[in-house]
Design a protein around this ligand. Structure first.
Ligand code: XUL
Ligand code: MN
Length: 375
């Protein structure tokens, strides 16, 4: 696949290992691809434009592995990282997959399971540390309710608070140079998760013992599932100084979790997220959390990887075009003029005010995105 010359190296692109290891299964269909070995996922990502990867500890080390097997796999992953130059930018756990956590991890009604969840997170934090990950990201895939009669949501939040405090204390005790983050999501796909949006995550973080050590990983699809504007979700976390990671993908609103490739839906939303990240010079890795289509075969996975990266590069170019467009600049300058108070304000009283050129501005975005702008 063609690359935009000289651009790919400018940004650090990252993929969850689970994205390329995804086998095409969905809630109504069995896998359509063979399993990809995690070490090959690491080398493949490095060979196709990614400078970083994110993982669930279990993507690399199956949950029932012995300590010896764990150490062997970590050493092998580190060798691949040294050989290819790729780094690990975040770690997490996919314990949500396992039947023992069917009623949740840190919110489970069984004290035994809550303890197990904290211990599993601690073991995954160790894995992240050994791979050099600066972030441990928690998406509590089962930390919600399918049956609201089962527990008080307040009790669930208190259990989550205690769990996060314990994990934070563990990281401090171990002396790891690592932050914690929360990835909000509204539902998965039948249960309603307790930490659903950026606002929920930010409000929850403020109740922790050390809110300064905990940030947010914002995923575009999760915002769209809640019917929210993804760029506004990202803006809230940036405004709070809490954007620790971004998961780029695409999703039609109010559907189950589609995890479409970046650019696969809602182009304008994707554009305004890229615009925000670029305009704000957000320094973090541009991470993709999407799945290749069910119809994609084993080789096609790498086209998916390059396609996500290329979509970001193209949208970043569009952002530059928008910011440099003479007419856009003129329209924005006209709007800006009304930002300063003027002597005539008193005389104007409560008159409806100026007619801003928003119709034209919005159309210019359309022309830029469709490549039909001739300026
Ligand atoms: C689920 C999701 C996860 C997290 C990592 O929707 O986004 O893959 O990103 O656990
Ligand atoms: Mn995600």
């Amino acid at each position: 696949m063609a690359r935009i010359p000289g651009r790919a190296a400018a940004r650090l692109y990252s993929f969850g290992l689970w994205t390329v290891m995804n086998r095409g299964a969905d809630p109504f269909g069995a896998p359509t691809r063979a399993a990809l070995d995690p070490l090959d996922a690491i080398s493949g990502l490095a060979a196709h434009g990614a400078g970083a990867f994110e993982l669930h500890a279990e993507d690399l080390i199956p949950a029932d592995s012995s300590a010896v097997e764990r150490d062997r796999l970590i050493a092998a992953a580190r060798r691949r990282m040294t050989e290819t130059g790729i780094v690990c930018d975040a770690c997490g756990s996919s314990m949500f997959w396992e039947p023992v956590f069917k009623d949740g991890g840190m919110v489970s009604n069984e004290a035994r399971v809550r303890r197990l969840a904290v211990e599993r997170y601690q073991a995954a934090i160790d894995v992240g540390h050994l791979l050099g990950a600066p972030l441990f990201n928690i998406w509590g895939g089962r930390d919600g309710a399918e049956v609201d009669a089962s527990r008080s949501p307040i009790d669930a939040l208190k259990r989550l608070r205690d769990g996060f405090n314990e994990l934070n204390a563990y990281i401090a005790r171990q002396g790891y140079n690592m932050r914690l983050s929360i990835e909000p999501k509204p539902n998965e796909p039948r249960g309603d998760l307790y930490i659903s949006t950026a606002g929920h995550a930010l409000a929850f973080i403020a109740t922790l013992d050390h809110p300064e050590h905990v940030g947010v990983v914002l995923e575009l699809a999760h915002a769209a599932m809640a019917g929210l504007n993804p760029a506004h979700e990202v803006a809230h976390t940036l405004y709070a100084g809490k954007l620790d990671g971004i998961h780029l993908n695409a999703q039609r609103a109010l559907r189950f979790d589609q995890d479409l490739r970046f650019g696969g839906a809602n182009l304008k939303d994707a554009f305004f997220v890229v615009k925000l990240l670029e305009d704000e010079r957000w320094p973090g890795p541009r991470t993709f959390d999407a799945h290749p289509y069910r119809t994609t075969d084993e080789k096609g996975i790498w086209g998916f990887v390059e396609g996500c990266i290329l979509a970001y590069e193209i949208l970043a170019d569009k952002v530059q075009q928008f910011n440099q467009d003479a007419e856009v600049r003129q329209l924005l300058a006209e709007i800006k003029r009304w930002d300063a108070p003027s002597e005539s304000d008193e005389r104007r009283g409560t008159s409806p005010g100026p007619i801003f050129a928003y119709e034209r501005l919005d159309h210019l975005v359309f022309e830029i995105l469709t490549g039909t702008r001739r300026a």
